[in-house]
Ligand binder design. Structure first.
Ligand code: AMP
Ligand code: MG
Length: 279
C-alpha cells in the first residue's frame, strides 16, 4: 500500500490551514513528469481491472468527489484518471448553478439522484460542498441556512457509507499564481476561449474567502469513513498521479471479487467445442 494516503489525508476533526499545504509539493510520489506519466499507465491497468471486478460484483460502489477552485483540474482528473477505466463503469456528474427545479428542492436532492449504482465508480465534478462554498462566499443564502449544512452533509455521507458507498474526497489545491497562468493560457488559445468565463475573475478576487470556506469544509466534514485529501495541484502530473493512486488504494482495500460462476466451466467448454452452429 502506498503511503501517499497517509501524507495527503487530513485527520478528521483537525483544524486546517491551507497556507501550510504547498500546492507545488510532490510528496510520496514521483518527482518528475516523465516518471509520473509512466507510473500512471501502470495505475491505469490496475484501476481498470479493479473497476471491472467491482462491476462484476455489483454490490459496492465508490464515489470520487472533486472540489477545487476554477482551473484546479477537476476536468483534467476526469479525463486523465477516470479516463483510465471502462466508461461503462463510470457515473460522472457535474454540479453547476442549480436550475429552477433544483432550487425548489433540498440542496441534497440533486446530489442524491447522482449517487452511483452498485458496481459503478461515481465522479462528482463539484458537489454538495458548493452549498457551503459558493453559497457562503457569495452570500446566496443567509448563514442560518448554510451553517446547518455541514452536519447535514456529514449525515448524508454517513448514510451513503452505510449503503456500501466508499467516498473519496479530493480537494485540488492550486495557488493563485498557477490559476493566473491557466486562465492566461485559456485566453491565449482561441480554441480554449469557451472555457473562459469573465465571472471567473470575480470568483478569483474572492480567493481568500474561498480558502477560508474550504478550510471549514475540510475541518468540519472529514470523517474516519470519508476523510478529505488535499492534493497539491499546481503540477498536473502530480495531481493525476496522486488521485489515481488514492483511487487505486481505495479499490484495492475493497477487494472486489466477481461472483463464482453459476455453471460448470468444464462442461460449458465441452459443449462449446462439441457443437458447431453451422454443422
Ligand atoms: P464550472 O465548474 O466551471 O462549470 O462552473 C460551475 C459553476 O456553478 C461554478 O461557478 C459553481 O460555483 C456554480 N455552482 C455549483 N453548485 C452551485 C450551487 N449549489 N449554488 C450556486 N452555484 C453553484
Ligand atoms: Mg469554470
Amino acid at each position: 500500500m502506498s503511503d501517499v494516503r497517509e501524507v495527503l489525508r487530513l485527520r478528521p476533526g483537525a483544524a486546517v490551514d491551507l497556507a501550510g499545504h504547498d500546492p507545488r509539493a510532490t510528496p510520496a510520489g514521483p518527482d518528475s513528469k516523465s516518471q509520473a506519466v509512466a507510473e500512471l499507465a501502470g495505475l491505469g491497468e490496475e484501476l481498470d481491472a479493479l473497476q471491472e471486478a467491482l462491476y462484476a460484483e455489483s454490490r459496492r460502489r465508490v464515489l470520487l468527489v472533486l472540489q477545487g477552485m476554477d482551473t484546479s483540474g477537476k476536468g483534467g482528473v476526469i479525463r486523465h484518471v477516470a479516463g483510465l477505466v471502462n466508461p461503462q463503469g463510470l457515473h460522472i456528474a457535474s454540479f453547476k448553478k442549480p436550475t429552477e427545479e433544483e432550487r425548489r428542492h433540498h440542496f441534497l436532492w440533486r446530489v442524491e439522484r447522482q449517487v452511483p449504482r452498485p458496481g459503478l465508480i461515481g465522479v462528482f465534478d463539484r458537489s454538495h460542498y458548493e452549498d457551503v462554498l459558493v453559497v457562503r462566499v457569495d452570500e446566496l443564502a443567509p448563514e442560518a441556512q448554510w451553517r446547518p449544512r455541514y452536519a447535514e452533509i456529514t449525515a448524508f455521507e454517513d448514510r451513503l457509507t452505510a449503503d456500501g458507498v466508499t467516498i473519496l474526497k479530493c480537494f485540488l489545491h492550486i495557488s493563485p499564481q498557477e490559476q493566473r497562468e491557466r486562465l492566461l493560457a485559456r485566453l491565449d488559445d482561441p480554441a480554449k476561449h469557451w472555457k473562459y468565463n469573465p465571472g471567473d475573475l470575480v470568483v478569483r478576487a474572492r480567493w481568500s474567502r474561498y480558502q477560508l470556506a474550504y478550510e471549514e469544509v475540510l475541518h468540519r466534514c472529514g470523517t474516519e469513513a470519508a476523510p478529505w485529501y488535499v492534493i497539491p495541484a499546481d503540477r498536473k502530473w502530480y495531481r493525476n498521479w496522486a488521485v489515481a493512486t488514492l483511487l487505486r488504494d481505495t479499490l484495492r482495500d475493497l477487494r472486489p471479487t466477481p461472483p463464482r460462476p453459476g455453471f460448470d466451466v468444464d462442461a460449458e467448454r465441452d459443449r462449446l467445442l462439441r457443437h458447431d452452429p453451422l454443422g
